[in-house]
Ligand binder design. Structure first.
Ligand code: NAD
Ligand code: MG
Length: 392
């Protein structure tokens, strides 16, 4: 029986994780669930999965959740704050931690889980984007198993040899990172200038949280994933090709020097990579319908359009620049995406905000999470000021 802490239980990945866990009550139990705003949903999850702890952000939410739990006759203990997130991520009773908090808020608890050697199911890509060097060093030091949940990275992980360390010594020539192209594939920047948040969030294949949906539409998500892949698989941006594949059936591929290309295919459903992460190296039922290749009939591939989707190029440049450039990129993007979702800036201005922030700040070499968070803060205030400037 594996005991699981689920950071970000109320989100899209969190819900899918609970769906898989619920199918295997003999294999997994829930130690802690955490959530930020959807307290009603968190209370229902506690009622159903009976975790020992639930963690929210502040005292007021904790009191509200406590009331809901009493009404449901549920004995889960309610904690709040970052310390509590770290506590449930690193508790001795815990075997595995699903890191599914969105954004920079996931860093500290994920690091706490790594430092205590837990098996990590990493959905929070921002951890590697912002502080990949620090996270990978911590993984090495603690001997944690780091299992990528992002579908593309999970696919690559499945196509790598079991003892993989380096592309060069494993006969790998390229990693091919799949991208669906998002809802605006084939559109010009001019056409995208006036799109609404709802249009940007209407992903053709995947159902996800709003932030990552906008990132998928701008291809920033692929840029963040490129950075994530560099850290996970110890490769440089030049060893990765982005392949636009609109059907989202091939989740990514690994090209070997002998001409072989291995791919992982499946219906676009995050329960597959989640189930693989939970059961690795075994396989369990994920509740995902079988892939019907005859139904799909054809698979298409295109090159990514770096002209109309500048976010991918900005991310690739930030990966090559190294240091805290990816953290700056990520912070500027978070601020810009929120401003877009709030109707303050246009969709194509997201790239403009990120570009302006990257060129306005000096790149440093962060040696701790505190320093990364400083860069993050600086980048956020730079982009917020830039947005206020372009609004008026
Ligand atoms: P979501 O917005 O649906 O859920 C986010 C979760 O984080 C929620 O439980 C929320 O309560 C919690 N949260 C948000 N802000 C918080 C804060 N300040 N403090 C504590 N908790 C907070 O997001 P999602 O789509 O589930 O994505 C989660 C992570 O997984 C992201 O990093 C995303 O990039 C990654 N990811 C998601 C998908 C997907 O299909 N949804 C695929 C690949 C990777
Ligand atoms: Mg992905």
């Amino acid at each position: 029986m594996q005991s699981i802490t689920l950071l970000g239980a109320t989100g899209s990945i969190g819900e899918s994780t609970l769906d898989v866990i619920a199918r295997h009550p003999d294999k997994y139990s829930v130690f802690a669930l955490t959530g930020h705003q959807q307290l009603g949903k968190l209370a229902l999850q506690c009622q159903r999965f009976q975790p020992q702890f639930a963690v929210v952000n502040d005292a007021k939410s904790a009191a509200q959740l406590q009331t809901l739990l009493v009404e449901k006759n549920t004995k889960t203990e309610v904690l709040y704050g970052v310390e509590a997130l770290c506590q449930v991520a690193s508790a001795v009773q815990v075997d595995a931690v699903m890191a599914a908090i969105v954004g920079a808020a996931g860093l500290v608890p994920t690091m706490a889980a790594i430092k205590t050697g837990k098996k990590i199911l990493l959905a929070n890509k921002e951890a590697l984007v912002m502080a990949g060097g620090l996270f990978m060093d911590a993984v090495k030091a603690s001997g944690s198993d780091l299992l990528p949940i992002d579908s593309e990275h999970n696919a690559i992980f499945q196509c790598l040899p079991a003892n993989y360390e380096l592309a060069e010594t494993s006969g790998i020539s390229k990693l091919l990172l799949s991208a669906s192209g998002g809802p605006f594939r084939g559109w010009s920047a001019e056409q995208m200038a006036t799109v609404t948040p709802d249009q940007a969030c209407a992903h053709p294949n995947w159902s996800m949280g709003r932030k990552i949906s906008v990132d998928s539409a701008s291809l920033m998500n692929k840029g963040l994933e490129l950075i994530e892949a560099c850290w996970l698989f110890a490769v440089t941006p030049s060893q990765i090709d982005v392949v636009v594949h609109p059907q989202s059936v091939i989740h990514s591929l690994v090209q070997y020097v002998d001409g072989s290309v291995l791919a992982q295919l499946g219906n676009p459903d995050m329960r597959t990579p989640i189930a693989y992460g939970l059961a690795w190296p075994d396989r369990i039922d994920a509740g995902v319908p079988e892939l019907d290749l005859f139904d799909i009939a054809r698979l298409d591939f295109e090159r990514a359009d770096l002209i109309n989707f500048p976010c991918l190029r900005l991310a690739s440049d930030a990966a090559a620049a190294g240091g805290d450039a990816p953290a700056i990129l990520n912070a500027a993007n978070e601020i810009a995406v929120q401003a877009f979702l709030d109707g303050r800036i246009g969709f194509t201005q997201i790239a403009e905000v990120v570009d302006n922030t990257l060129s306005g700040l000096e790149v440093g070499e962060p040696d701790s999470l505190d320093v990364v968070q400083e860069s993050d803060k600086k980048a956020r205030s730079h982009s917020a000021a830039y947005i206020t400037g372009i609004e008026s």
